[in-house]
Design a protein around this ligand. Structure first.
Ligand code: G3P
Ligand code: CA
Length: 375
């Protein structure tokens, strides 16, 4: 055995020993979540209970709340006159009647409209057309919601207080939105835990330390959120593609010949292991408490992306002392798959199904809760 080999072996042993010691010194994901006041595993209602009601509307958020979801998820934007509101898409075409109310401006970004203009739009009827099997006459005319209105909904059930899981959506379009968000949360008392009776209960996520989780795909926004609200838990969202994890292959969807985007994304992988690890390491360095990776769904569809919750990926993330909240999963087969792979919470459009899967059944059926809320 050469002296060089012995030295290398010693060094490797030391490095391995160190990494094992580092992993061993991190709390378990359950303990980590508990220390942060985040339910484990967490039920994150993606744009509200958006399978059963129009996304990001009062119907969807009240339904998610009253079913017992831990968090109401929303994509944050800012109107032309500076009001924070929830909308996923960059423009209003898919989920509102902007084309009939403002035909000349139908392709404009949502932030080119004042809140008064946004409030004239019907954000519910599209759902009835797209999903006739789940349509309800009362969905017609539902409004786009301000952050204030979503906070009111989160606080509005005396039996269950969900938290808020807020994404800065396309933050480059909204300089200073991280500061605006801080101001709003502060004003509404959402930056300090409340001390009521319910606060000790597991139904009171929205009153404890983990009452708000901030999420973003953008490194710059993560850094600004950390600067503005260092004490609030943050998640760095991950996917494979432009602006996020570099892919192994640079072949575009158009060049790939794949039949749909889900099939294309399913084959997209991080360039290599180190590239994935760099993003997790970055999240940790910037003060995030976890990552929000994409998943490849069994049935494909437009929410199916690269599989970034492979067991080694979750293990690596846990070894860094971080949690994994995966997006966006609606089927039991996939709930089981990602839980087996080791995730700590799931973004879902079907809070009712995920709660059932976790053996935390809702107090009433979807139809009953909708009816109770007047829908
Ligand atoms: O925020 C998690 C998940 O919602 C990210 O994807 O496009 O649905 O906002 P998206
Ligand atoms: Ca989102």
């Amino acid at each position: 055995m050469s002296a060089t080999f012995t030295k290398s072996a010693l060094l490797l042993g030391l490095l391995l020993g160190l990494s094992q010691a580092q992993a061993a010194s991190e709390p378990s994901p359950t303990a980590l979540a508990s220390g942060l006041g985040i339910p484990h595993p967490a039920v994150i209602a993606h744009r509200g209970a958006s399978f059963d009601a129009p996304e990001s509307t009062a119907a969807a958020y009240k339904l998610a709340r009253d079913l017992g979801a831990d968090y109401l998820e929303l994509d944050l934007q800012r109107s032309k006159d500076g009001v924070l509101f929830a909308l996923h898409d960059n423009n209003l075409q898919r989920t509102t009647d902007v084309a009939s109310k403002f035909p000349e401006r139908k392709d404009s970004p949502a932030n080119a409209f004042t809140m008064a203009e946004l409030k004239t739009l019907d954000a519910g009827s599209w759902f009835n057309t797209a999903h006739p099997d789940r349509a309800r006459p009362s969905y017609a005319g539902l409004k786009i919601l301000t952050l204030d209105e979503i906070i009111d909904i989160a606080q509005g059930n005396s039996q269950h207080k969900p938290g808020l899981y807020i994404e800065t959506k396309e933050p480059k379009q909204f300089p200073g939105i991280e500061h605006d968000l801080k101001q709003k949360l502060q004003t509404r008392g959402w930056l300090s835990p409340a001390g009521s009776k319910l606060a000790k209960s597991e139904l009171a996520v929205g009153q404890g330390k983990g009452k708000v989780i901030l999420q973003t795909f953008e490194k710059n926004s993560l850094e600004l959120l950390q600067k503005e609200m260092p004490q609030v838990p943050k998640i760095l969202l991950l996917w494979v593609g432009e602006g996020s994890i570099e892919p192994q292959s640079t072949v575009s969807f158009a060049q790939s010949g794949e039949k749909d985007k889900a099939a294309y994304y399913a084959k997209q992988q991080p360039k290599d292991k180190a590239e994935f690890q760099r993003w997790v390491d970055y999240a940790k360095t910037q003060g995030a408490i976890g990552t929000g990776p994409s998943a490849a769904l069994t049935q494909g569809g437009d929410q199916s992306y690269s599989d970034l919750v492979q067991p080694w990926m979750n293990q690596y993330t846990h070894d860094q002392g971080l949690l994994v909240h995966v997006y966006t999963i609606d089927e039991v087969v996939d709930y089981q798959k990602v839980m087996d792979a080791g995730v700590d919470g799931i973004f879902t459009n079907r809070a009712s199904e995920l709660l059932k899967f976790y053996k935390r059944p809702a107090p009433a059926s979807v139809a009953q809760v909708l009816q109770n809320n007047g829908y």
